[in-house]
Design a protein around this ligand. Structure first.
Ligand code: GDP
Length: 363
């Protein structure tokens, strides 16, 4: 499944966030997963469309789609040289699809900052530098290998060597691999290196409860940095999340109203992670269950069906399809059919976010 790794300096609120996420996962009714191990949590992706479909269809169960979060604790300056749990930390990052980088944007004299004061730009730099330094190691090894291979004079190898050397120079001055501009056909060369600083990042600004709605200048700083990388930013308050994780839905709403905010940010964070991964959702809806399924943007109908079961993909005939918007407007499958709005889509159909689908297949 899709994995997000939570990283950040010590004392920025990673564990608090992770615990709130785990509770959110454990709380969801009928959710088929729970916390896998102390550092991995599977969290349902909130989706009002699913809630509404479930009400319209009156199915027995509602099953959301999910994202996996991994708490990757313990990054300190020097991790790339093996300090702290450095190398273990970095190898965990290699396995994730998205890095959720928690940045401290709250001031609290009771919570020590490992670097002395709140300074998001510096903090982000420390983490990025460790990732880049580790990547530099990987790339230097690759350069050595290619140099050896290039002795044969193979044009392709020489070309690859040139690309990797440019990448090395790019990293050496402190740039992340994900900002390295390269021809599409050359991209594969460095994809194969599985570089840490090539992974998409979602910056999660941990602010005090007072700054949840308005943000603050630290959040603005994070946004500036993120813009350079074309990364996304969300704002949340770990402390509030930890407090409301204990409450039921009604109490939660009352508590948030009291604070004067719509959300403490956890749902936004989960959704943003999902979007940053390039994922979309389609639905199936029947008397037994209304369910959300995750696919990558651009997936065609048979492969989308394959997410449910490989037989659906192998024997795919067609998909009866209607957009969520049309379904919600007309109110039922029958009304959709009566209005002539149920489309018959074939194997080349690119599934759209929010499609409600019924697959027809041969067994
Ligand atoms: P980690 O080291 O990044 O995992 O940080 P923790 O989640 O363990 O948090 C470190 C300390 O900061 C704990 O004492 C938390 O209670 C506190 N903390 C976390 N989030 C917030 C927050 O949003 N506001 C305040 N004031 N304290 C927080």
């Amino acid at each position: 499944s899709l994995k997000c790794g939570i990283v950040g300096l010590p004392n920025v609120g990673k564990s608090t966030l992770f615990n709130a996420l785990s509770d959110a996962g454990a709380e969801a009714a009928n959710f088929p997963f729970c916390t896998i191990d102390p550092n991995v949590g599977v969290v349902p992706v909130p989706d009002e469309r699913l809630d509404h479909l479930h009400e319209l269809v009156e199915s027995k169960q509602k099953i959301p789609t999910s994202v996996e979060f991994v708490d990757i604790a313990g990054l300190v300056k020097g991790a790339s040289e093996g300090k702290g749990k450095g190398n273990a930390f970095l190898s965990h990052i290699r396995e994730v699809d998205l890095i959720v980088h928690v940045v401290r944007c709250f001031d609290d004299p009771n919570v020590i900052h490992v670097e002395g004061d709140v300074d998001p730009k510096r903090d982000i730099r420390i983490i990025e530098d460790e990732l880049i330094l580790k990547d530099l190691e990987t790339v230097e090894k690759k350069v050595e290998n290619l140099k050896r291979d290039a002795k044969g004079g193979d044009k392709k190898v020489l070309h690859n060597l040139e690309v990797v050397q440019q990448l090395k120079e790019h990293l050496e001055v402190g740039n992340a691999a994900r900002t390295f501009e390269v021809d599409p056909e050359d991209r594969q060369i460095f994809r194969e290196l599985f570089l840490l600083s090539d992974k998409p990042v979602l910056f999660a600004c941990n602010v005090s409860e007072d700054d949840l709605d308005s943000g603050n200048e630290w959040v603005d700083e994070v946004k500036e940095v993120a813009a350079e990388f074309e990364d996304e930013v969300v704002t949340f308050c770990a402390k509030i999340e930890a407090e409301i994780a204990e409450l039921d839905e009604d109490e939660k709403q009352a508590f948030l109203e009291e604070l004067g905010v719509e959300s403490a940010g956890l749902d936004r964070l989960i959704k943003a992670a999902y979007e940053e991964l390039g994922l979309i959702t389609y639905f199936t809806a029947g008397p037994k269950e209304t369910r959300a399924w995750t696919i990558r943007r651009g997936t065609k109908a048979p492969q989308a069906a394959g997410v449910i079961h490989s037989d659906f993909e192998k024997g795919f005939i067609r998909a009866e399809t209607v957009s969520y918007a049309t379904y919600a407007e007309l109110g039922s499958e029958k009304a959709v059919k009566d209005a002539g709005k149920m489309r018959q889509e074939g194997k080349d159909y690119v599934v759209q976010d929010g499609d409600v689908m019924l697959f027809r297949f041969n067994v």
